[in-house]
Design a protein around this ligand. Structure first.
Ligand code: FAD
Length: 339
């Protein structure tokens, strides 16, 4: 059976979290299908990279290691991937829904005339029966994501073209070292076999790295505020609670759009995906576009005046009340009861 491929993003020898998350998911899918998981590592100074990728389940690692392949440039990376895919004929190919993956994925899928589902929130394997012909397809990749403005969760399939391609945003899948490591077989790739001079016409003259000032992704505790917080000034309370609990402040899109919080704090379908140990949703209704980015949290507490708010359905504890009364009490009692 043809295998599953994951394109791994690597910067200064560090594999991106999203790639390790995709390998983790790819391992599960490969085990379900009874096929192997293969990783693509394209860049420079990649010595030993196979050890880390094998830990996350990669059976085979295709390594194209040359100075001209780093930093990332669209054309040579796309040419190498297309070349390898033409030879190896993967059944599934996964990319991060990152700036690099969003650049590469559509280019590769268009060159190979396959389909691509962007920003999947879940990937599963399952059958499909064509209503018209009655033809039964086994073991398709269910590419699951919100659609039509988030009003439905669509399961998208691609019965006819290969590879079945999907992108997934960072944080959506869990990153876990595989219980049994992959075989870690290295296949050295000579990039010259797939690239031409024309692929290197773009030269990178200068790169500037901007450090993320707000990083809510890794926070163990998130105090998230929604439109129900009322105004930007009231968000100060959430910052105070976050400080007391050693967490970070997140926000719904409605709160961000109303200028109550920075866009970098937005959680959900068009924001960041988080899975903290504790998520306190303050004045957030819990629309699907928001919960898509936080429903993997270990414990969810909602504070809302509306007992019917959808967030209460996924909350472990739902506090009915005004955020402006409940949050100050939380701060006061937590301070009182902790040393
Ligand atoms: P509201 O829906 O207005 O809810 C406010 C809540 O606060 C209510 O439940 C109310 O009962 C409660 N409340 C009011 N006053 C108080 C009070 N004093 N005390 C306690 N509770 C109170 N949204 C996101 O969050 N993230 C996304 O990434 C995102 N992406 C989107 C992408 C698309 C394509 C679309 C169409 C929408 C997207 N949205 C996103 C918007 C989403 O649909 C909702 O509109 C948004 O999440 C609502 O934010 P909210 O819950 O803060 O506001």
């Amino acid at each position: 059976m043809n295998n599953i491929f994951v394109y791994c993003e690597i910067e200064d020898g560090k594999v991106a979290d999203v790639s390790l998350e995709l390998l983790t998911k790819g391992r599960v899918l490969a085990d379900t299908l009874g096929c192997e998981l293969e990783a693509l590592a394209i860049g420079s100074k990649l010595d030993g990279i196979e050890k880390e990728l094998a830990q996350y389940g990669a059976d085979t690692i295709h390594i194209a290691d040359a100075e001209c392949l780093s930093p990332y440039r669209t054309l040579p990376h796309a040419a190498i991937i297309c070349g390898i895919f033409k030879e190896e004929q993967p059944q599934i190919a996964l990319f991060g829904a990152s700036p690099v993956g969003r650049d590469l994925g559509p280019r590769v899928s268009s060159a190979l005339h396959s389909g691509l589902t962007a920003d999947c929130t879940s990937l599963e394997i399952g059958p499909h029966t064509d209503n018209k012909s009655g033809k039964v397809y086994e073991n398709l990749l269910y590419q699951i994501r919100p659609a039509f403005g988030g009003n439905i969760i669509a399961t998208i399939i691609n019965p006819d073209c290969r590879p079945q391609m999907a992108t997934v945003r960072e944080g959506v899948m869990k990153k876990e070292v595989a219980k049994t490591p992959g075989k870690g077989v290295v296949k050295k790739v000579d990039h010259k076999k797939y690239t031409s001079d024309a692929d290197f016409v773009v030269r990178i003259i200068e790169r500037e790295m901007e450090e993320r000032k707000i990083n809510i992704k890794g926070a163990p505790v998130i105090i998230a505020g929604g439109y129900g917080m009322g105004c930007k000034e009231n968000f100060a309370l959430l910052h105070e609670l976050a400080e007391v609990l050693g967490g970070e402040v997140g926000a719904s899109r409605a709160a961000v759009d109303a200028g109550m919080a920075d866009h970098a704090r937005q959680i959900g379908q068009t924001g960041v995906t988080v899975r903290p140990k504790l998520y306190i949703a303050c004045g957030i209704s819990g629309q699907i576009q928001h919960t898509a980015g936080m429903d993997g949290s270990s414990m969810i507490i909602s504070i809302n005046t509306d007992p019917e708010a959808p967030i209460n359905k996924i909350a472990d504890y739902a506090i009915m009340g005004d955020v402006m009364e409940v949050v100050p009490k939380m701060i006061k009692y937590y301070k009182q009861n902790s040393k």
